[in-house]
Write a protein that binds this ligand. Structure first.
Ligand code: GLV
Ligand code: GLV
Length: 330
């Protein structure tokens, strides 16, 4: 039997490539850059499977370019807002993501940004490198305490929960907002309190965002939300850029409406809106929340396993659109 053909939009850690190559004919974007739209449309043609990244928009046109051979799309990310899932479902195509394996790693990075923002680490590093340090000073680079403060978690899924767990060691009060409220006994066990969104914004010293991006969360943070936050508060975003109105954030940071922000993601990624990079009270890193050797490897083998299950017609471990079966071609 001829091997299945798979298109991979960017090189992944080797264990994932090995897993795929053992069972499929693998064609991979050979460049160390995001695949172009043309390359993607050409690459998926005649393939049985597509392994995509969050950097590509996978819409109906891409799916049609892969049909009739295409059997499914495995995304190398927990977020799958880059895939028009309803379009896949309508075409009988399964879509998968990589949940769970990056939860702790992403929570670590959210905390890294929180602490870096509170203690002005990036700014201090720039100061020190520039040779500006002329001796210890009582008023030099004062930040804010973290321990004992209130942490507000917006979006309380796996990652939000992992962020909450880490707050225990800092003796924090942890409040959360989510469209789905947890059961009281669960809240008690996790040591968290539910608050309506506006109340959370008013009370939190640190706000960390862990929602997924969709129509309901687009610009969930804009001028109004920043105006509700404490002037001493810090905002951390390691979810998706468009959840935050980045222009409004620049204004809020400039006007010191809020004290600082730590950002892993950007509204127009990889670009930043004008003015953001010039601000000292923002810590910015290039979408590295899941970027540990261990986790990127696990994401790769997980995405590969999802894709192989699609090709073999087996149960797909991390299927995001179970309804696709209704439209599957025999
Ligand atoms: C990374 O941003 C992911 O969604 O996995
Ligand atoms: C992802 O892992 C989430 O649900 O937060």
């Amino acid at each position: 039997m001829a091997k299945w053909k798979v298109y991979l939009t960017r090189e992944l850690p080797k264990p994932a490539l090995d897993m795929l190559r053992a069972e499929v004919d693998l064609e991979m974007n050979p460049h160390d850059r995001v695949v172009t739209r043309e390359e993607l449309l050409k690459g998926v043609k005649g393939k049985d499977g597509l392994l995509s990244l969050l950097t590509e928009t996978i819409d109906g046109e891409v799916m049609d370019a892969g049909l009739p051979t295409l059997k499914g799309i495995a995304n190398y990310a927990v977020g799958f807002n880059n895939i028009r899932v309803e379009e896949a479902t309508k075409r009988g195509l399964p879509v998968s993501n990589t949940p769970g394996v990056l939860t702790e790693t992403t929570a670590d990075l959210a905390w890294t940004l929180l602490m870096a923002s509170a203690r002005r680490i990036a700014e201090s590093d720039r100061f020190q490198r520039a040779g500006k340090y002329k001796g210890w000073a009582p008023m030099l680079l004062l930040g804010q305490d973290i321990y004992g403060k209130t942490l507000g978690i917006v979006g309380f899924g796996r990652i939000g929960e992992a962020v909450a767990r880490r707050a225990k060691g800092f003796d924090m009060r942890v409040v959360y907002f989510d469209a789905f409220r947890r059961k009281p006994e669960e809240e008690k066990k996790l040591g968290v309190e539910y608050l309506p969104f506006d109340d959370l914004l008013r009370q939190a010293d640190f706000v960390s965002i862990h929602v997924s991006l969709d129509e309901t969360t687009h610009h969930m943070f804009s001028t109004k939300q920043f105006s509700l936050m404490k002037p001493t508060a810090h905002l951390v975003n390691s979810s998706r850029g468009p959840v935050v109105d980045e222009r409004a954030l620049v204004e809020a940071l400039k006007a010191k409406r809020i004290a600082g922000a730590g950002l892993d993601v950007f509204e127009y990624e990889p670009e930043m809106v004008p003015g953001l990079a010039e601000l000292d009270n923002v810590t910015i890193v290039p979408h590295i929340a899941s970027a540990s050797v261990e986790t990127r490897t696990k994401m790769g083998t997980m995405a590969a396993a999802n894709l192989l299950a699609m090709l073999k017609g087996e149960l797909i471990p991390n299927l995001v659109n179970p309804d696709y079966v209704k439209y599957r071609k025999p």
